[in-house]
Ligand binder design. Structure first.
Ligand code: FES
Ligand code: FES
Length: 164
């Protein structure tokens, strides 16, 4: 059987744009985003669902894209870190806050942190400290000690409230 025959056709919306592509059934969603669509903002760390670097929003809910097959995302709506920019491609409120409050050092965990923070602030733009800690509890950072990440999310929340 040829390789093309083994592939499955899928169609999904990513950052507001519809994509139709043929993928191998065993291809992970994280590999599809990075290798097929060049959306390399989604990072891959453990590939076992532990580190959270590969987090994306699936229909608004944060998930680990290394644990999902691309074919399972057929028909769904995905947001990656690239979709968090403003329409003119300038950094969004959360991205700017991370930059200003030094919420990143090496930046490896940052896309996943931003996605988890986005999911939280979409639901609740005035979270308490415990709610922020819980929201990013599944995202590992080896650099910052988390304090600046939490301060970044608090800064973004403050700006979102002001913008409302
Ligand atoms: S790469 Fe997916 S959770 Fe670590
Ligand atoms: S900034 Fe380096 S792992 Fe978080």
């Amino acid at each position: 059987m040829s390789e093309a025959m083994l592939k499955r056709e899928i169609s999904l919306t990513i950052n507001g744009k519809t994509h139709a592509l043929a993928v191998e059934p065993r291809l992970s969603l994280s590999d599809m985003l990075r290798d097929e669509l060049r959306l390399n903002g989604t990072h891959i760390g453990c590939e076992h669902g532990v580190c959270g670097a590969c987090s994306i929003l699936l229909d608004g809910v944060p998930i680990r894209s290394c644990l999902m097959l691309a074919v399972q995302a057929d028909g769904h709506n995905i947001t990656t870190v690239e979709g968090m920019c403003n329409e003119d491609q300038t950094p969004g409120i959360l991205q700017e806050a991370f930059q200003e409050a030094h919420g990143m050092q090496c930046g490896y965990c940052t896309p996943g942190m931003l996605i988890s923070a986005q999911a939280l602030l979409t639901e609740n733009n005035d979270p308490c400290l415990e709610e922020i800690k819980e929201a990013i509890g599944g995202n590992l950072c080896r650099c910052t000690g988390y304090t600046q990440i939490i301060e970044s999310i608090q800064l973004a929340a403050c700006r979102m409230r002001e913008a409302d």
